[in-house]
Design a protein around this ligand. Sequence first.
Ligand SMILES: Nc1ncnc2c1ncn2[C@@H]1O[C@H](COP(=O)(O)OP(=O)(O)OP(=O)(O)O)[C@@H](O)[C@H]1O
Ligand SMILES: [Mg+2]
Length: 262
Amino acid sequence: MTSTHPAQIRLKNVSLTYDLHLDRTNNLKEFVVNLFTGRKYVSTRKQKINAIDNLSLDVNEGDRLGIIGLNGSGKSTTLKVISGILKPTKGTVEVQGTVQPLIEIGAGFDPEFTGRENIYLNGYMLGFTKAEIRAKEKEIIEFADLGDFIDSPIKYYSSGMSVRLAFTIATSIKPEILVFDEMLAAGDAQFMARAKTRIDNLMDRSKIIVIVSHDMGLIESTCNRVIVLNRGQRVFEGSPEDAIAYYHNQNAKSALGAAPQC
Ligand SMILES: Nc1ncnc2c1ncn2[C@@H]1O[C@H](COP(=O)(O)OP(=O)(O)OP(=O)(O)O)[C@@H](O)[C@H]1O
Ligand SMILES: [Mg+2]
Protein backbone atom coordinates (compact mmCIF):
# COMPACT_ATOMS: atom_id res chain seq x y z
CA MET A 1 0.00 0.00 0.00
CA THR A 2 3.05 2.29 0.04
CA SER A 3 3.04 4.88 -2.72
CA THR A 4 6.11 6.31 -4.38
CA HIS A 5 4.80 9.89 -4.14
CA PRO A 6 5.81 11.94 -1.16
CA ALA A 7 3.11 11.99 1.50
CA GLN A 8 1.25 15.25 1.86
CA ILE A 9 -1.92 16.84 3.19
CA ARG A 10 -3.48 19.96 1.66
CA LEU A 11 -6.48 21.67 3.18
CA LYS A 12 -7.72 24.68 1.19
CA ASN A 13 -10.23 27.06 2.76
CA VAL A 14 -11.88 24.26 4.67
CA SER A 15 -14.98 24.97 6.73
CA LEU A 16 -17.10 22.42 8.52
CA THR A 17 -20.47 23.20 10.01
CA TYR A 18 -22.33 20.79 12.27
CA ASP A 19 -26.10 20.90 12.50
CA LEU A 20 -26.92 20.61 16.15
CA HIS A 21 -30.53 19.62 16.80
CA LEU A 22 -31.68 20.87 20.13
CA ASP A 23 -34.79 18.83 20.80
CA ARG A 24 -35.82 19.11 24.38
CA THR A 25 -38.76 19.84 26.58
CA ASN A 26 -38.83 23.40 27.72
CA ASN A 27 -39.89 23.03 31.28
CA LEU A 28 -41.06 20.68 33.97
CA LYS A 29 -44.72 21.08 33.00
CA GLU A 30 -44.07 19.90 29.44
CA PHE A 31 -41.98 17.05 30.77
CA VAL A 32 -44.76 15.81 33.04
CA VAL A 33 -47.39 16.21 30.31
CA ASN A 34 -45.23 14.20 27.94
CA LEU A 35 -44.68 11.53 30.51
CA PHE A 36 -48.38 10.96 31.14
CA THR A 37 -49.81 11.52 27.69
CA GLY A 38 -47.00 10.14 25.60
CA ARG A 39 -47.52 13.31 23.57
CA LYS A 40 -44.52 15.03 22.04
CA TYR A 41 -44.56 18.55 23.40
CA VAL A 42 -41.06 19.40 22.30
CA SER A 43 -39.62 22.61 21.09
CA THR A 44 -37.29 22.02 18.19
CA ARG A 45 -34.40 24.35 17.66
CA LYS A 46 -31.62 23.94 15.20
CA GLN A 47 -28.26 25.51 15.67
CA LYS A 48 -25.26 25.56 13.37
CA ILE A 49 -21.78 25.20 14.80
CA ASN A 50 -18.80 26.32 12.74
CA ALA A 51 -16.32 23.76 14.00
CA ILE A 52 -13.75 24.67 11.32
CA ASP A 53 -13.74 28.12 9.83
CA ASN A 54 -11.80 28.66 6.59
CA LEU A 55 -8.71 26.67 7.48
CA SER A 56 -5.89 26.19 4.99
CA LEU A 57 -3.05 23.89 5.91
CA ASP A 58 -0.12 22.25 4.10
CA VAL A 59 1.56 19.32 5.77
CA ASN A 60 4.57 17.78 4.05
CA GLU A 61 6.68 14.70 4.37
CA GLY A 62 8.75 14.80 7.54
CA ASP A 63 6.32 17.08 9.35
CA ARG A 64 5.30 16.20 12.88
CA LEU A 65 2.42 18.60 13.25
CA GLY A 66 0.82 19.29 16.62
CA ILE A 67 -2.64 20.83 16.91
CA ILE A 68 -3.46 22.46 20.23
CA GLY A 69 -6.30 24.66 21.47
CA LEU A 70 -9.06 24.97 24.01
CA ASN A 71 -11.92 22.45 24.31
CA GLY A 72 -14.23 22.82 21.36
CA SER A 73 -11.71 24.71 19.22
CA GLY A 74 -12.02 22.22 16.34
CA LYS A 75 -9.00 19.95 16.79
CA SER A 76 -10.75 16.58 16.59
CA THR A 77 -12.94 17.79 13.74
CA THR A 78 -9.81 18.80 11.80
CA LEU A 79 -8.35 15.32 12.31
CA LYS A 80 -11.59 13.72 11.10
CA VAL A 81 -11.50 15.87 7.96
CA ILE A 82 -7.86 14.90 7.30
CA SER A 83 -8.73 11.22 7.82
CA GLY A 84 -11.73 11.38 5.48
CA ILE A 85 -14.20 10.52 8.28
CA LEU A 86 -15.97 13.86 7.75
CA LYS A 87 -16.41 15.80 4.54
CA PRO A 88 -15.92 19.54 4.77
CA THR A 89 -18.91 21.80 4.17
CA LYS A 90 -16.68 24.07 2.09
CA GLY A 91 -13.17 23.89 0.70
CA THR A 92 -11.00 21.03 -0.52
CA VAL A 93 -8.97 18.29 1.10
CA GLU A 94 -6.19 16.45 -0.70
CA VAL A 95 -4.29 13.68 0.99
CA GLN A 96 -1.51 11.68 -0.59
CA GLY A 97 -0.47 8.58 1.33
CA THR A 98 -2.18 5.94 3.44
CA VAL A 99 -3.78 7.34 6.56
CA GLN A 100 -4.38 5.52 9.81
CA PRO A 101 -6.42 7.53 12.25
CA LEU A 102 -6.15 6.55 15.91
CA ILE A 103 -9.23 8.51 16.80
CA GLU A 104 -12.42 6.75 17.73
CA ILE A 105 -10.77 3.73 19.07
CA GLY A 106 -12.94 0.63 19.27
CA ALA A 107 -15.63 2.22 17.10
CA GLY A 108 -15.54 -0.78 14.78
CA PHE A 109 -16.05 -3.42 17.51
CA ASP A 110 -19.04 -5.70 17.64
CA PRO A 111 -19.72 -6.53 21.32
CA GLU A 112 -21.25 -9.92 20.51
CA PHE A 113 -18.08 -11.17 18.83
CA THR A 114 -15.01 -12.44 20.63
CA GLY A 115 -11.78 -10.45 20.73
CA ARG A 116 -10.27 -12.75 18.12
CA GLU A 117 -13.30 -12.38 15.82
CA ASN A 118 -13.13 -8.62 16.24
CA ILE A 119 -9.51 -8.66 15.07
CA TYR A 120 -10.78 -10.11 11.79
CA LEU A 121 -13.77 -7.79 11.65
CA ASN A 122 -11.60 -4.70 12.16
CA GLY A 123 -8.97 -5.99 9.78
CA TYR A 124 -11.52 -6.42 6.99
CA MET A 125 -12.88 -2.95 7.63
CA LEU A 126 -9.36 -1.57 7.32
CA GLY A 127 -9.01 -3.28 3.95
CA PHE A 128 -6.82 -6.25 4.85
CA THR A 129 -7.20 -9.73 3.39
CA LYS A 130 -7.76 -12.79 5.57
CA ALA A 131 -4.15 -13.90 5.03
CA GLU A 132 -2.83 -10.47 6.02
CA ILE A 133 -4.90 -10.48 9.19
CA ARG A 134 -3.83 -14.01 10.03
CA ALA A 135 -0.22 -12.86 9.77
CA LYS A 136 -0.87 -10.13 12.35
CA GLU A 137 -3.20 -12.08 14.64
CA LYS A 138 -0.56 -13.67 16.88
CA GLU A 139 1.35 -10.45 17.45
CA ILE A 140 -1.87 -8.56 18.23
CA ILE A 141 -3.01 -11.17 20.75
CA GLU A 142 0.39 -11.25 22.43
CA PHE A 143 0.64 -7.48 22.69
CA ALA A 144 -2.94 -6.95 23.92
CA ASP A 145 -2.21 -9.66 26.52
CA LEU A 146 -5.81 -10.48 27.42
CA GLY A 147 -5.24 -14.15 28.28
CA ASP A 148 -8.28 -16.39 27.74
CA PHE A 149 -10.51 -13.34 27.32
CA ILE A 150 -9.41 -13.17 23.69
CA ASP A 151 -12.01 -15.90 23.02
CA SER A 152 -14.82 -14.25 25.03
CA PRO A 153 -17.32 -11.80 23.53
CA ILE A 154 -15.98 -8.32 24.11
CA LYS A 155 -19.20 -7.27 25.85
CA TYR A 156 -17.62 -8.98 28.87
CA TYR A 157 -14.44 -6.90 28.68
CA SER A 158 -13.66 -4.05 31.04
CA SER A 159 -13.27 -0.72 29.23
CA GLY A 160 -9.49 -0.89 29.72
CA MET A 161 -9.42 -4.33 28.09
CA SER A 162 -11.38 -3.09 25.06
CA VAL A 163 -9.01 -0.16 24.65
CA ARG A 164 -6.01 -2.47 24.81
CA LEU A 165 -7.36 -4.61 22.01
CA ALA A 166 -8.57 -1.69 19.88
CA PHE A 167 -5.30 0.18 20.31
CA THR A 168 -3.26 -2.90 19.41
CA ILE A 169 -5.27 -3.55 16.25
CA ALA A 170 -5.11 0.09 15.14
CA THR A 171 -1.36 0.25 15.70
CA SER A 172 -0.64 -3.00 13.89
CA ILE A 173 -1.04 -1.08 10.64
CA LYS A 174 1.92 0.86 9.35
CA PRO A 175 0.54 3.94 7.66
CA GLU A 176 2.42 6.68 5.83
CA ILE A 177 0.35 9.29 7.62
CA LEU A 178 -0.37 8.73 11.29
CA VAL A 179 -3.15 10.84 12.72
CA PHE A 180 -4.00 10.68 16.36
CA ASP A 181 -6.17 12.27 18.93
CA GLU A 182 -5.35 11.71 22.56
CA MET A 183 -6.96 8.42 23.34
CA LEU A 184 -4.69 6.47 25.56
CA ALA A 185 -6.40 7.55 28.73
CA ALA A 186 -7.49 4.01 29.52
CA GLY A 187 -5.31 1.04 30.22
CA ASP A 188 -3.18 0.53 33.28
CA ALA A 189 0.27 2.04 33.83
CA GLN A 190 2.04 -1.08 32.64
CA PHE A 191 0.11 -1.19 29.38
CA MET A 192 0.55 2.56 28.85
CA ALA A 193 4.32 2.22 29.01
CA ARG A 194 4.25 -0.57 26.41
CA ALA A 195 1.78 1.43 24.30
CA LYS A 196 4.12 4.42 24.29
CA THR A 197 6.97 2.32 22.89
CA ARG A 198 4.64 0.94 20.22
CA ILE A 199 3.59 4.46 19.21
CA ASP A 200 7.21 5.59 19.13
CA ASN A 201 7.99 2.76 16.70
CA LEU A 202 5.02 3.68 14.53
CA MET A 203 6.04 7.32 14.51
CA ASP A 204 9.57 6.49 13.45
CA ARG A 205 8.13 4.75 10.40
CA SER A 206 5.49 7.35 9.46
CA LYS A 207 6.17 10.02 6.88
CA ILE A 208 3.75 12.49 8.46
CA ILE A 209 2.32 12.67 11.95
CA VAL A 210 -0.58 14.87 12.99
CA ILE A 211 -1.24 14.78 16.70
CA VAL A 212 -3.81 16.49 18.90
CA SER A 213 -3.13 16.67 22.58
CA HIS A 214 -3.60 18.69 25.73
CA ASP A 215 -0.34 17.19 26.97
CA MET A 216 2.17 19.95 26.18
CA GLY A 217 5.10 17.71 27.15
CA LEU A 218 4.02 15.21 24.48
CA ILE A 219 3.56 18.00 21.90
CA GLU A 220 6.97 19.45 22.65
CA SER A 221 8.77 16.12 22.50
CA THR A 222 6.96 14.87 19.35
CA CYS A 223 6.35 17.83 17.06
CA ASN A 224 8.48 20.09 14.89
CA ARG A 225 5.57 22.36 14.01
CA VAL A 226 2.48 23.35 15.99
CA ILE A 227 -0.71 25.25 15.18
CA VAL A 228 -3.07 26.73 17.74
CA LEU A 229 -6.78 26.63 16.89
CA ASN A 230 -9.39 28.93 18.35
CA ARG A 231 -13.04 28.72 17.28
CA GLY A 232 -12.07 26.68 14.23
CA GLN A 233 -9.44 29.15 13.04
CA ARG A 234 -5.68 28.97 13.15
CA VAL A 235 -4.62 31.77 15.46
CA PHE A 236 -0.94 30.86 15.68
CA GLU A 237 1.64 28.70 13.98
CA GLY A 238 5.26 28.21 14.93
CA SER A 239 7.75 26.11 16.83
CA PRO A 240 6.40 23.96 19.66
CA GLU A 241 7.89 26.32 22.28
CA ASP A 242 6.33 29.44 20.74
CA ALA A 243 2.96 27.80 20.11
CA ILE A 244 2.77 26.45 23.66
CA ALA A 245 3.68 29.89 25.03
CA TYR A 246 0.93 31.45 22.87
CA TYR A 247 -1.57 28.84 24.07
CA HIS A 248 -0.77 29.42 27.75
CA ASN A 249 -0.99 33.16 27.23
CA GLN A 250 -4.39 32.78 25.53
CA ASN A 251 -5.60 30.60 28.43
CA ALA A 252 -4.46 33.18 30.94
CA LYS A 253 -6.42 35.84 29.04
CA SER A 254 -9.56 33.72 28.81
CA ALA A 255 -9.31 33.03 32.55
CA LEU A 256 -9.48 36.79 32.97
CA GLY A 257 -12.97 36.94 31.55
CA ALA A 258 -13.14 36.13 27.84
CA ALA A 259 -16.12 34.03 26.72
CA PRO A 260 -15.68 30.25 26.90
CA GLN A 261 -15.27 28.28 23.67
CA CYS A 262 -18.35 26.12 23.76
N1 LIG B 1 -20.98 15.47 16.19
C1 LIG B 1 -21.11 16.76 16.50
N2 LIG B 1 -22.30 17.39 16.37
C2 LIG B 1 -22.45 18.69 16.66
N3 LIG B 1 -21.45 19.48 17.09
C3 LIG B 1 -20.24 18.91 17.25
C4 LIG B 1 -20.00 17.52 16.98
N4 LIG B 1 -18.70 17.26 17.23
C5 LIG B 1 -18.16 18.41 17.66
N5 LIG B 1 -19.06 19.41 17.67
C6 LIG B 1 -18.83 20.82 18.01
O1 LIG B 1 -17.82 21.33 17.15
C7 LIG B 1 -16.92 22.16 17.86
C8 LIG B 1 -15.53 21.61 17.72
O2 LIG B 1 -15.47 20.35 18.35
P1 LIG B 1 -14.14 19.43 18.37
O3 LIG B 1 -14.55 18.11 18.93
O4 LIG B 1 -13.51 19.44 17.03
O5 LIG B 1 -13.24 20.24 19.40
P2 LIG B 1 -11.85 19.85 20.08
O6 LIG B 1 -10.92 21.00 19.82
O7 LIG B 1 -11.43 18.50 19.65
O8 LIG B 1 -12.22 19.85 21.64
P3 LIG B 1 -11.65 18.96 22.86
O9 LIG B 1 -10.38 19.62 23.31
O10 LIG B 1 -12.71 19.11 23.90
O11 LIG B 1 -11.47 17.54 22.41
C9 LIG B 1 -17.45 22.20 19.30
O12 LIG B 1 -18.21 23.37 19.44
C10 LIG B 1 -18.30 20.96 19.42
O13 LIG B 1 -19.34 21.17 20.33
MG1 LIG C 1 -11.18 16.66 20.69
